[in-house]
Write a protein that binds this ligand. Structure first.
Ligand SMILES: *Cc1c(COP(=O)(O)O)cnc(C)c1O
Length: 375
């Protein structure tokens, strides 16, 4: 056991009472009062199109792939430096995956390298706002428009983060793509154990999204009296989480600002003190561009190489502190490497080999961290 774990879910206090309330209402399956409350919260606070709670961000990505009607022969461009779910959702539909490199300054897709990856078969571009830090959007939006392809924001860890474009307007991440996906896994800023959400900003998908979400049926229309029975009308699955999860999530959402404030204080403390905390290690601080108002999801260091990173992990471990690295480049994964035909992706590999994440959670005790580290 570690004295300081990498992550600890934030417990706000109202989770149990909202679950009990859902029980009293006699409605524990999905699409009830708490699902509605959560979805309305997101739609009104961030101006998202229609939102659909799901069991995970993984599922939200799968739902997006179904909605776009993608299949074999269709190409999807996505960053290699991401979580497997970003790729799996499209691989499951038989799409061809076209992996892109990351920017040299921070770990999001390099928008200047995308033009060469676009072909007449390209159907969608999936971007990942790494750790809640926005991708550079102008060129991405232009490419999407010019080539008439779908833009999907994998905003798994990007709740309550913003993009400040060249016109200075603050735009919530998740509101720019045709669709966007979020995660409420316990490791994200707020969560309900396992949970996620699909945001559907493109209104032409709204009716179909409700059907896909409802196991491929027109159940919602039936419940509004529009059909005599509800029937199988589309591909779909059981994407809606239970009210138990939604009730937990609602308690978390009520405390979102509080949780963000706590995380922000820790992130800033790390940023200001990391050179003195890690003085015997030659590490680089993260670079956050001024157009990315991030959400303090991740505090990472860039080590000089994988060996030094290993030393730092062991050093922290000897003090009772757990630090972790991620992601393993998808284009070199055991599942995909034999299919990869593109160029080397040196920046993605850089983050794979050199990035180290430090513990960051709402109840993180910085004095304890400092004492353990320096004693
Ligand atoms: C966490 C994460 C996911 C997966 O989210 P789940 O809710 O666990 O399925 C997908 N993509 C990115 C970029 C993530 O950070």
């Amino acid at each position: 056991m570690y004295s300081i774990p990498f992550n600890r879910p934030f417990f706000t206090g109202n989770e149990w009472s909202y679950i009990q309330d859902a029980m009293k209402d006699g409605k524990l399956s999905g699409n009830g009062k708490y699902t509605e409350k959560c979805q309305q919260f997101f739609e009104s606070k961030y101006g998202f199109g229609k939102t659909f709670l799901t069991h995970s961000c993984t599922q939200a990505l799968e739902m997006a792939a179904i909605l776009m009607g993608l299949g074999p022969g269709d190409e999807v461009i996505l960053p290699s430096y991401s979580y497997v779910s970003t790729a799996n959702a499209f691989a499951l539909r038989g799409c061809t995956l076209v992996f892109a490199d990351s920017r040299p300054d921070y770990p999001v897709i390099d928008e200047t390298k995308l033009q060469d990856l676009i072909s007449p078969r390209t159907k969608a571009l999936v971007i990942v706002h790494y750790g809640g830090m926005a991708c550079k959007m102008e060129m991405i939006s232009k490419l999407v428009e010019e080539n008439d392809i779908y833009l999907i924001e994998d905003a798994a860890a990007a709740l309550d983060a913003y993009y400040q474009g060249e016109d200075e307007k603050k735009i919530p991440l998740g509101s720019m793509g045709h669709m966007a996906t979020f995660s409420f896994h316990e490791t994200k800023n707020i969560g309900c154990g396992e949970g996620g959400m699909l945001v559907v900003n493109d209104t032409s998908f709204h009716k179909k999204a409700l059907e896909v979400w409802n196991r491929g049926t027109n159940r919602s229309a039936f419940e509004q009296g529009m059909h005599k029975a509800y029937e199988w009308v589309s591909l779909g699955s059981a994407f809606a989480p239970s009210e138990i999860n939604a009730a937990w999530l609602w308690a978390q959402l009520e405390q979102l600002d509080n949780s963000q404030k706590k995380r922000g204080a820790i992130w800033n403390w790390y940023f200001e003190n990391c050179h003195s905390l890690f003085r015997s290690f030659d590490v680089e601080k993260p670079i956050v561009p001024n157009y990315a108002q991030h959400n303090y999801h991740v505090f990472y260091l860039l080590c000089t190489d994988a060996a030094q990173r290993g030393d730092l992990i062991n050093h922290l471990k000897s003090k009772g502190i757990l630090s972790v690295f991620h992601y393993q480049c998808l284009h070199q994964s055991p599942y995909f490497q034999d299919q990869y035909k593109g160029k080397p992706l040196s920046q993605a590999e850089k983050y794979q080999n050199r990035l180290l994440r430090l513990p960051l959670y709402a109840d993180f005790e910085k004095e304890k961290f400092e004492r353990l580290l320096l004693e």
